[in-house]
Design a binder for this molecule. Structure first.
Ligand code: BDP
Length: 724
């Protein structure tokens, strides 16, 4: 027998003995699993409600829709649910008025008129005396969105009778920001390397690119910035544009536009000019011709994302110009192609400020009204930097004449990185629902960014991606939930994190009621748990330097004071916290008066933001009656206890989901528990050197000495910003 035959027999033998192992779930399929329903009764019901389907039309987006419908329906309901020529009772018909004569013959005009470009409707209706289900939209991409939504109804076991769904995205530009470098490292990425295989592009088109597009389209994401905000000008050269164009071609049928980061000094670095001054005619001419070149490669190129004059990145201020001068120059260049410029407000000046939290507002507010129409200012959710919890950024609501985009972080830089189970939707929701009072009560951040509060001419939202080459895309299976939730909230910022979790669990794991309930409660409590064991009560920026992995409240020697931890927690013998009230940096004054008043007084400031805005004595009396010191310690302990509770809950899920994903999450929860204890012990040991108070009752004593924690080092922690 040849070796190959022997091997084949061996494989056959093992596949008979371990069929489950071979059918294991590695997480690759994300929430688009489409497995045959196991509930026989439900399956029978669906099979009487959908006997066949029809989706006509040959555009690339309609073909993608047809493939998805075919894959989804035959997977979920079995192969007998096939594409049909004749529309009969219980046929599902999808299309636009232009692509489908059936849709055209239905009386949907009025409803369609409210759906704009990307919306869709799903309804039970009648066609030539037959009962059918129609998925209709004004554009082919709307049909694709409708198809994904319909499949979700089945995946989450929704009834298919009395359907009357109309859905239109509330935000225009719903983009992912990849912090991916051309060498395939990912800044703050914890799921392997960049999925963009620049070296093999454009000839080799990894099938993963199509699955990436499918996943994004299924949640309505319609743009992707391929490259890191700490940009490399090389991506704007023909060698790379050709590669970016190949990706754009793959994404186009799925409604996803490609954007690139523009390094402000590109005219010097790759253009051979002496300057990148935005007011110089030769610089403007260089960008104009560069932009024309890009549009030759990518006719529907979305535009640029720019990080300028921040953390050493070049920008217009290098030439004595403003952010508006810089943004407008690029905006002018892309305007005739309907491109946009997403200009980031994450800036801090060369000189050390009295309070870094005030910088973005100070630099951008005076520029309100001076940006061109196709510029959006991209603002991080909080004023410092993606901390476990931050109050909403004071810029929201403060620039009525400039569309402000939200920038959320999906990757978990300060949030346990690759191994902590942290469902971020509650955090996104907390920010989106925060009231800016810009136009009186009810002026929520969501209304600012969807453009409705100030009637912005356009709107946008960005999420820093957590996607990498790991087989399951996001490293942690639950990281997929954050990608999913981001997309859903980008489509509709009013959705609740609980509803999103339910959908995701049903599609990703199981619709078993007990399992859904358990997993949902883990997810919904997870963000608060993390805040408690890392940075309770408004503490922030106390992580290890550089890699940002693990606790580092003692960090004090850095090139700039506002990169250290001691700058932010300001612990001393009297107390702890950053005084941003009137008696301190007065950052509260950047908020509208109602908010400033509430946050500015410790008595009315929500406790979750207390030490963000106030420096308080160790024996300050909290609402609970405990002293501040005791309350801090109890919060750290609570964080640890919550993780242990998550571990118990997860144990209950065993057997209700596949063994492979169960085991990975279980192991990661062990890491999370150990690290929660580490955070608690390191922070309390350190803060205790100031408070000089004993570890309160009910709080487990630190396992090691403070010195031990201070001496830990992580030279190879993933995601560190590489030097270039
Ligand atoms: C910080 C990251 C850094 C990013 C920066 C940014 O630590 O790697 O470059 O944000 O958003 O959170 O530009």
């Amino acid at each position: 027998m040849t070796h190959t035959l022997k091997l084949l027999r061996l494989v056959l033998f093992f596949s008979l003995i371990f069929p489950l192992k071979l059918a294991a779930e590695d997480g690759y399929r994300l929430w688009l699993r489409y497995d045959l329903l196991t509930d026989q009764q439900l399956l029978n019901t669906y099979r009487t409600q959908i006997k066949g389907w029809q989706l006509k039309g040959e555009s690339a987006s309609l073909q993608a829709s047809r493939q998805e419908l075919s894959l989804g329906l035959s997977g979920l309901l079995g192969k007998q649910i096939a594409e049909v020529e004749i529309v009969d009772d219980a046929t599902l018909v999808a299309g636009t008025v232009a692509s489908s004569s059936v849709i055209a013959s239905l009386d949907l005009g009025e409803q369609l008129s409210t759906l704009a470009d990307e919306g869709f409707l799903i309804t039970n209706t009648r066609y030539q005396d037959k009962n059918i289900i129609a998925i209709a939209a004004n554009t082919d991409i709307g049909v694709l969105y409708g198809v994904f939504h319909f499949l979700k109804l089945i995946q989450t076991q929704h009834a298919l009778t009395h359907l009357n769904i109309q859905s239109t995205p509330q935000i225009r530009h719903r983009v992912l920001n990849h912090w991916d470098n051309l060498d395939r490292t990912v800044e703050r990425g914890y799921a392997g390397f960049s999925i963009w295989d620049w070296h093999k592009l454009p000839t080799y088109e990894d099938p993963r690119y199509t699955d990436y597009a499918r996943a994004n389209a299924s949640i309505g994401i319609n743009g992707t910035v391929l490259t890191n905000v700490n940009a490399n000008a090389l991506v704007l050269t023909p060698q790379y544009l050709e590669k970016a164009a190949a990706l754009a071609n793959i994404f186009r049928p799925y409604g996803i536009k490609v954007y690139l980061t523009a390094r402000f000094s590109a005219p010097v670095e790759i253009g051979g000019l002496q300057t990148a001054d935005p007011l110089s005619p030769e610089v403007q001419a260089w960008w104009n011709s560069k932009v024309s070149e890009i549009y030759e490669y990518i006719p529907d190129f979305g535009g640029f994302l720019v990080k300028a004059n921040s953390e050493g990145q070049p920008g217009p201020q290098n030439y004595g110009r403003t952010h508006a001068d810089g943004a407008n120059m690029l905006a002018e260049a892309v305007a005739e192609h309907e491109g946009v410029v997403m200009w980031r407000a994450f800036v801090y000046s060369e000189d050390e400020p009295d309070d870094r939290a005030k910088q973005a507002y100070n630099e951008f507010k005076p520029l309100d009204g001076s940006f061109k129409d196709n510029v959006l200012i991209q603002v991080k959710n909080g004023a410092i930097d993606f901390q476990p919890r931050e109050p909403f950024h004071p810029l929201f609501g403060a620039m009525p004449e400039t569309p402000l985009m939200m920038e959320f972080q999906i990757t978990q830089e300060y949030l346990g990185q690759g191994t902590h189970l942290v469902y971020l939707a509650p955090m996104y929701e907390e920010v989106l629902r925060a009231d800016t009072y810009a136009k009186g009560e009810g002026s929520t951040v969501a209304k600012v960014i969807d453009g409705s509060l100030h009637n912005y001419n356009t709107s946008g939202i960005a999420g820093v991606a957590n996607i990498g080459t790991d087989r399951n895309w996001t490293g942690h299976i639950f990281g997929q939930a954050n990608w999913y939730a981001y997309g859903r909230l980008a489509w509709n910022p009013q959705l609740s994190s609980e509803d999103i979790a339910e959908e995701w669990i049903g599609m990703t794991f199981s619709n078993n009621e007990a399992a859904v309930k358990t997993i949902k409660s883990m997810m919904l409590n997870s963000h608060e748990a993390l805040v408690n064991y890392m940075t309770p009560l408004g503490l922030h920026h106390i992580m290890g330097a550089g890699h940002h992995y693990g606790p580092g409240p003692w960090v004090k020697k850095m090139p700039r004071a506002d990169w250290t931890s001691v700058y932010y927690h300001r612990a001393d013998e009297k107390g702890i916290g950053f005084d941003r009230s009137k008696s301190g940096s007065n950052a509260v004054a950047q908020y509208f008066p109602e908010v400033a008043k509430k946050y500015g007084d410790p008595a009315s400031c929500p406790e979750k933001y207390l030490l963000w805005f106030h420096h308080l004595d160790w024996d300050y009396q909290m609402a609970s009656g405990n002293t501040l010191w005791k309350e801090i310690a109890l919060h750290y302990q609570k964080g640890v206890d919550s993780v242990r509770q998550m571990q118990q809950h997860w144990q209950n899920v065993e057997g209700k989901i596949d063994a492979e994903r169960f085991a990975q999450v279980k192991a990661f929860l062990e890491i999370q528990e150990q690290e929660a204890v580490w955070w608690k012990d390191a922070c309390l040991s350190y803060f205790q050197t100031f408070s000089k108070l004993p570890i309160p009752e009910g709080v487990e004593k630190p396992e090691e000495s403070l010195e031990h924690y201070q001496n830990l080092s992580f030279p190879f922690a993933p995601g560190i910003r590489p030097r270039w």
